[in-house]
Design a protein around this ligand. Structure first.
Ligand SMILES: [Ca+2]
Length: 188
């Protein structure tokens, strides 16, 4: 094996070793050709790029998040001023300067059935829930701890992180694990 072949091979190996996160769930009210997708978004929640998407089959889906870093244009400097994550209320503290990208979930009808989102296909934001708590997915380029009002505390590890955020009298942030199924309700 020559050196030029070896490098991509090693990169593939490394990517394969990273634990990719799997989100399985049920969808209520999905029409024909509905896909559930994860988009990296701007700090204002506008979808930038479809990172992953899967068809809903029999009201169910299984989404595997890639282990790779999101596109550079989705990465923003995380500051206490621009954390607009669910459950985060001022005052906010960020323990280290990092780049971050938030992933949001959208549903759409794949009208041309090409297996991906096209501009003409209307995106509808959906909230995957576990009970009354919400799934939250974010990428950071280094370990960082984010704390905020009402007990919000998230210790993020370099790479993709997934949490269940429960907003009540206090904000409870717990790691999301693959064995917990989410539910998505498509509003009308
Ligand atoms: Ca399409």
């Amino acid at each position: 094996m020559n050196r030029r072949l070896l490098v991509p091979f090693l990169l593939t190996l490394t990517a394969g070793q990273a634990a990719a996160l799997t989100v399985t769930g049920t969808v209520e009210g999905a029409g024909a050709d509905t896909r559930i997708s994860g988009f990296v978004v701007t700090p204002f929640g506008q979808p930038l790029q479809e990172v992953v998407s899967v068809p809903v089959e029999g009201g169910r889906f299984r989404l595997e998040l890639p282990a790779t870093a999101p596109t550079a244009r989705a990465q923003v400097n995380l500051t206490p001023q621009n954390v607009s994550w669910p459950g985060v209320i001022d005052p906010v503290a960020v323990s280290a300067p990092v780049q971050s990208a938030e992933l949001k979930f959208f549903a759409y009808q794949d009208q041309n059935q090409n297996g991906r989102h096209d501009d003409a296909e209307t995106l509808r934001e959906v909230a995957p829930n576990v009970g009354k708590a919400t799934l939250f997915v974010v990428w950071v380029n280094a370990d960082v701890k984010v704390t905020a009002n009402k007990g919000y505390e998230a210790a993020l590890k370099r790479g993709w992180n997934a949490y269940i955020v429960d907003v009540g009298r206090a904000v409870k942030v717990t790691p999301f694990t693959d064995d917990r199924a989410v539910s998505v309700r498509m509003g009308r």
